[in-house]
Ligand binder design. Structure first.
Ligand code: S3P
Length: 174
């Protein structure tokens, strides 16, 4: 019950914000995608290309489950972590969860080159992003203890808001 998980769509700023929040809270920072890449010895895009999305999702669930034994950390999760029921249960069981919300068009603008995001590396990335975000919005909200809106907001402002929310969640316990 010790981690602070940041969830949300690709481009929401989970990793960038998460590093700052970890610094401020004096906690280690973990990026779930980087953990998967380290274990697999290849990039997320390479895993998708060689083994498919299902294999990536299995690795993602394994990486999340392994955090049960890890020291408390701020954890940036991949955008699709909430799709799996067991992952949502684990997130709740292992810590507090903050949903960083972003609009699809702003997310795409922040991402820029989508080649590292296989789910968006299509001709119509804008349509893919809004369809995927709409399909996941309820799951993000269901999984989260709190929502922080990042639209039109700087990284510093979002990080500061996340720290405030994280501290109040910790004080409230539960
Ligand atoms: C995914 C998001 C990515 C990465 C993978 C799948 C998704 O992480 O896990 O490409 O399903 O939304 P980021 O949200 O860190 O880009």
């Amino acid at each position: 019950m010790n981690h602070l998980f940041l969830i949300g769509f690709m481009g929401a700023g989970k990793s960038t914000v998460g590093r700052r929040v970890a610094d401020t809270l004096g906690l280690p920072f973990l990026d779930l995608d980087e953990e998967i890449e380290r274990a697999a010895g290849r990039s997320v895009a390479e895993i998708f290309a060689a083994e498919g999305e299902q294999a990536f999702r299995a690795a993602e669930s394994g990486a999340l489950a392994s955090l049960a034994d890890a020291e408390p950390a701020v954890v940036a999760c991949g955008g699709g972590v909430v799709v799996d029921d067991e992952n949502r249960r684990l997130l709740k069981a292992l810590g507090h969860v903050i949903y960083l919300r972003v609009e699809a068009d702003e997310a795409l603008a922040r991402i820029g080159d989508t080649s590292g995001r296989p789910l968006l590396a299509h001709d119509d990335a804008a349509a893919m992003a809004s369809t995927l975000l709409a399909a996941r919005e309820t799951l993000y909200r269901t999984a989260a203890d709190a929502v922080v809106d990042t639209s039109g907001t700087s990284v510093a402002e979002v990080a500061s808001e996340v720290v405030t929310v994280a501290r109040s969640l910790r004080e409230a316990g539960g």
